[in-house]
Design a protein around this ligand. Structure first.
Ligand code: PGA
Length: 257
């Protein structure tokens, strides 16, 4: 089992702090071989090259935080295209994060176009889905997520790779996480849904993941990693999440040997 842990820096960091981060992470990776974890770094696109320059020789992968759904090149001021991300060495991109859905009015249709453009440029989309607090309390979690998937995946090529991040909106940046049973229910629903549509996805969880809860969350069956916001901003809080993945991955290998 290899886990994928994605660091979403959101709109944080400076050139200086990104370089410092890269140096610190490089030292840890130099001393600790990772056997069960793939790290994907998604800093601001403008800082990507600085981070990459510090992590040369590591197996770190890179991702964008968003991409343009309309075109690969052209008159789209302020946008970054999937082709441009690929050109920068990215193999992943977060798509449909709830902050973009909410603050920028990104609709399910727009997100569907972004998924198509990602796959055309061989970028693996990390599609974010999840319910808000009220929807959760009223028992509509799966209904909301299914509605998002129905439209987001409408044009999705069944041969393309995709990751789906279950991110309950009420959990993002709040320190609150759902019960393991609730995460398991959503993961099972998404897995069944994807199978029913002849699609395959790696399923991950995001929302207040820390070094203190990562190991427990990995008890959820078929969960293959995390999308991490706040705790990814410092190497000292990000690294324990990697260590949790390494520890659980090792346990699983020992049990099945
Ligand atoms: P958080 O953010 O880890 O700070 O809760 C997660 C996310 O927004 O993807």
């Amino acid at each position: 089992m290899t886990y994928t842990v994605i660091a979403n820096f959101k709109m944080n960091g400076t050139v200086g702090s990104t370089i410092e981060y890269g140096n610190e992470l490089f030292d840890l990776l130099f001393e600790n071989e990772l056997y069960n974890t793939t790290i994907v770094m998604a800093p601001s696109a403008i800082h990507l090259a600085y981070l990459q320059s510090r992590l040369i020789g590591t197996r770190i992968k890179y991702g964008g935080q968003d991409l343009c759904g309309q075109a690969q090149f052209g008159s789209h001021t302020g946008n970054t295209s999937a082709e441009q991300l690929a050109d920068l060495g990215c193999t992943y991109s977060i798509i449909g994060h709830s902050e973009r859905r909410k603050n920028l009015g990104e609709t399910d249709c727009i997100i569907s176009n972004k998924l198509s453009n990602a796959t055309l440029a061989r970028i693996t989309p990390i599609l974010c889905v999840g319910e808000d607090f009220t929807e959760n309390r009223e028992g509509h979690t799966w209904k909301v997520i299914k509605g998002q998937l129905d439209v987001n995946l409408a044009k999705f090529d069944s041969t393309a790779k995709i990751m789906i991040a279950y991110e309950p909106i009420w959990s993002i940046g709040t320190g609150k996480i759902p019960s393991l049973q609730d995460v398991q229910n959503v993961v099972d629903h998404i897995a069944d849904y994807m199978q029913g549509r002849g699609l395959q996805a790696e399923l991950i969880y995001g929302g207040s993941v820390t070094g203190a809860n990562a190991e427990e969350l990995l008890m959820v069956k078929n969960l293959s990693g995390f999308l991490v916001g706040g705790a990814s901003l410092k190497v000292s809080t990000f690294w324990p999440i990697i260590q949790a993945c390494e520890a659980v991955g090792k346990q699983i290998k020992t049990q099945s040997a």
